[in-house]
Design a binder for this molecule. Structure first.
Ligand code: SF4
Length: 183
């Protein structure tokens, strides 16, 4: 059976801005949030970008050789949860996996009641950076996030606790957790 297709806005390799270490960044096409001040408004239309098979995206990621992590960004990754869950499953256990989302964790959990693929995608992720970009809370000093409302969440701990739980991984929040500070 043919694999699912992803609608991609772009693809970066050896990135250092969207998570710790050297990472591939998979930018998906399509975003319903339309945050004022968004740096990627070209990713908003759902009919834009290019359609690429999950297998082809995996091939591009594995061809990078040095990257140890993959970050899903956008656009809104959770509007393509089924295809990204397939991709994330194929990448485990060779990469650490993170995703940005413009939904809050609580919003994602509400949506997951209608779309079980959201939970399947989350099940393969280490970290989710949640929440929309809020221009009034923008802070260039924040590590791996654009505005102070966003949280860097430990997905497994959050699912187990039934609520959003910040990651304690120093690679994401610093040895002393200082990168966790609200902006
Ligand atoms: S969620 Fe991200 S891509 Fe979507 S509008 Fe907000 S900042 Fe832009």
């Amino acid at each position: 059976m043919a694999g699912r297709l992803l609608r991609l806005a772009g693809f970066d390799i050896d990135g250092i801005a969207d998570g710790p270490g050297l990472r591939c960044v998979v930018f998906v096409q399509g975003c319903p949030h339309h945050c004022p001040g968004c740096q990627n408004p070209q990713t908003w239309p759902f009919e834009g970008g290019e359609e690429v098979s999950v297998e082809e995206v995996e091939r591009r990621i594995r061809a990078t050789v040095v990257d140890t992590g993959v970050t899903f960004s956008g656009g809104e990754p959770f509007t393509q949860a089924a295809a990204l869950a397939d991709l994330a499953e194929r990448l485990r256990p060779d990469y650490d996996l993170a995703s940005f989302t413009g939904y809050t964790w609580e919003g994602l959990m509400a949506r997951a009641k209608e779309d079980p693929e959201i939970l399947r995608f989350l099940g393969w992720l280490d970290v989710v950076v949640d929440g929309p970009f809020v221009q009034a809370l923008r802070d260039r000093n924040l590590l791996f996030r654009g505005s102070g409302n966003q949280r860097i969440l430990d997905v497994k701990a959050s699912l187990a606790a039934g609520e959003a739980v910040w990651t304690k991984d120093p690679a994401w929040v610093g040895e002393d957790g200082s990168a966790r500070a609200e902006g």
